[in-house]
Design a protein around this ligand. Structure first.
Ligand code: ATP
Length: 328
């Protein structure tokens, strides 16, 4: 890992309380009469790998474009590392690296030439640009392709080159809009590994994606938005509790299943119970009940309990439960 160009963030190495990298206050944006973003209050801490989740049209790109200073809010405001994205737009641009969902690459340029060009745009002195370009290429695993024409790179390599481009000025915050879209599984995994490495280096990363299972393992915190409104923001693990999706248990009994279901359904803490694949699937209210309630209900009612285990709800399932699939 080359850390000469991409500095380690000292904050990340310590156990200091979280410091916000991004804060939005009542952030709203309308396109004509259509409200794309409504009163968004969001906090992303430094060194977070933050998943930004929402259906098509939920307002993710609009939010990222405002943070990247390409779009002004209709009302409310946003700060990046303490700088207002409208008033201090120039300063913010040097602190962020924004990778849009669709970006053009200059297919007839060589990889090194392309990065050198963007380095020059950021006014990186010619004397250090060669080293800077080599550093970012190493980070994204494209050193061997430095002399290749961009048009000859695979889609995955072009995405990684896009990432190298937004790293050229050593930004502290990365805003990545669906960086792994259209990539095959291997290329996605490679991209995710690079993002984890960047987080270890102390970068703050906001990543929007539709592949929720991937975000679940990758991100430490996330936000879910729907129709421009925030539904959840916090630790990835906290989504389930906050969504009141409930805890789900798989139960096997050696006695009459219909009777067991009757016992369970009589308890107010149990949201729902049904038979599935020879077992009972029982959803309990997160705040009121746990495995003990399920076991006690069955045993007291005379049922014989053979197996009781909790089912992990994936981010995908929770997302489907808390959103109504509504777009604008
Ligand atoms: P996707 O996952 O499809 O990229 P998104 O969550 O990024 O969606 P946005 O692109 O922010 O959503 O769009 C939010 C809403 O604003 C959508 O209804 C979209 O049609 C609308 N919208 C976005 N850009 C414009 C524009 N320039 N003019 C008019 N409406 C727009």
């Amino acid at each position: 890992m080359n850390e000469n160009h991409l500095r380690l963030n000292e904050q990340a190495a310590s156990f200091a309380p979280p410091v916000p990298a991004v804060q939005t206050y009542g952030l709203s944006r309308a396109y004509g009469s259509m409200t794309a973003l409504s009163n968004l209050d969001l906090t992303v801490n430094r060194a977070d790998l933050f998943g930004f989740i929402g259906s098509n049209g939920a307002g993710k790109t609009t939010t990222l474009r405002i943070l990247a200073t390409f779009l002004t809010p209709s009302s409310g405001r946003a700060e990046v590392l303490g700088h207002d994205v409208v008033r201090d737009a120039d300063r913010v641009r040097h602190l962020i690296g924004y990778m849009p969902d669709f970006f053009g690459v200059y297919k007839d340029m060589e990889v090194t030439e392309y990065l050198d060009f963007f380095g020059a745009c950021y006014k990186i002195p010619a004397a250090v640009r060669e080293k800077t370009v080599a550093d970012v290429l190493e980070l994204v695993g494209l050193t061997e392709k430095r002399g290749a024409l961009i048009g000859a790179l695979s889609r995955g390599m072009q995405q990684r080159l896009g990432l190298a481009r937004v790293l050229i000025h050593d930004p502290q915050l990365l805003l990545l809009d669906e960086p792994a879209s259209g990539l095959d599984p291997r290329a996605r995994i490679e991209m995710m590994a690079i993002l984890q490495e960047l987080q270890r280096m102390g970068k703050t990363i906001i990543i929007s994606s539709h592949i929720l299972s991937e975000l679940q393992t990758l991100c430490n915190r996330c936000a879910i938005i729907e129709k421009g409104r925030l539904i959840y923001s916090g630790p990835v693990q906290g989504v389930r509790a906050d969504s009141q999706a409930g805890r789900v248990f798989r139960v096997r009994v050696s006695t009459d299943m219909a009777r067991a279901l009757e016992l369970l359904r009589a308890r107010p803490e149990i949201v729902e119970a049904h038979e599935e694949d020879g077992r009972l699937r029982v959803t309990v209210r997160e705040d009121l009940a746990d495995a003990g309630v399920v076991a006690e209900t069955l045993v007291r009612g005379g049922a014989r309990l053979v197996e009781l285990r909790e089912e992990e709800l994936g981010l995908e399932e929770v997302f489907l439960r808390v959103t109504k699939g509504e777009t604008q």
